[in-house]
Design a binder for this molecule. Structure first.
Ligand code: NAD
Length: 250
């Protein structure tokens, strides 16, 4: 049975991914900062017969991720696949972004990938196998209005994927990203309904994507189904990022 660690597993895409990997009979280590929700979900999924663990972890803390690694070793005997999905979003133009918000976004969205890599990649190198899937965003592929820090952080995740894919391919470790557009998760649904309607309308499919659809892409990239995919930034977006932005030509 394959073992996957999923960060941000208590909500949105991470929760949908957890459900999908359990359905596919993987062992799942749910990781999140939200302890009460994590413990409750773990119990629920275990009652349904899932091989599932929950470990509270602040992914921006080296000590917490070190403890997470020890826990994964002890409870699951190791990890075959890491899904770096946890992330936070703060809007704003660059000159208006506080240092606190900048650090928060970069710590959760980017540094967490460094920390899980620091602890989990050495075993993958020794085993000569592993997969890593990061949740980037179409906001890492293109620019957005009023999203300076988030654009910068997800842009870093987009290129980090390529760098990791090059460095670790020789060890049979594949690294790929999913790049969702606006997605119906608590993070995005916190917007006013009018804003959500605008995002639906702007999408070529006339709707935002669902966390279940993103989970399918994460599963594909983590599993052997994508055996030759490495360094891919896969949009799960309805194609919103392909538009040049020009007005309709008559
Ligand atoms: N929702 C969208 O529209 C959208 C679009 C593109 C990309 N994304 C990205 O997708 C990923 C998942 O987003 P979501 O919408 O499912 O978010 P969400 O807010 O629904 O869930 C994020 C989870 O991460 C956890 N988390 C936050 N900080 C943490 C930390 N320091 N340590 C451990 N856990 C932490 C939260 O507790 C939460 O359970 C994020 O990386 C996000 O940036 C989201």
């Amino acid at each position: 049975m394959k073992r996957v660690l999923i960060t941000g597993a208590c909500s949105g895409m991470g929760l949908s991914a957890t459900k999908l990997f359990l359905k596919k009979k993987w062992s799942v280590l749910m990781v999140d900062i939200n302890e009460s929700q994590g413990n409750q979900l773990q119990k629920e999924f275990a009652c349904d017969g899932g091989q599932v663990w929950f470990k509270k972890c602040n992914l921006t803390s080296d000590a917490d991720v070190a403890a997470l690694y020890q826990y994964a070793k002890k409870e699951l005997g190791g990890i075959d696949s890491v899904v770096n999905n946890a992330g936070v979003f703060v809007p704003g133009t660059l000159h208006e972004t506080s240092i606190e918000d900048w650090d928060k976004i970069f710590n959760v969205d980017v540094k967490s990938i460094l920390l899980t890599s620091k602890y989990f990649i050495p075993d993958m190198i020794a085993q000569k196998q592993g997969t890593i899937v990061n949740t980037a965003s179409v906001s890492g592929l293109q620019g957005d209005y009023n999203m300076a820090a988030y654009n910068a952080a997800k842009g870093a995740v987009v290129n980090l994927c390529r760098s990791m894919a090059l460095d670790y391919g020789q060890y049979n470790i594949r690294v790929n990203n999913v790049c969702p557009s606006a997605c119906a998760t608590p993070m995005f649904l916190a917007n006013p309904q009018e804003k959500i309607n605008q995002f639906n309308e702007a999408n070529p499919l006339k709707r935002i994507c669902t966390p279940e659809e993103v989970a399918q892409a994460i599963y594909f990239l983590a599993s052997d189904h994508s055996a030759s995919c490495n360094g891919v930034n896969l949009p799960v977006s309805g194609g919103i990022e392909i538009y040049s932005g020009q007005p309709i030509q008559i």
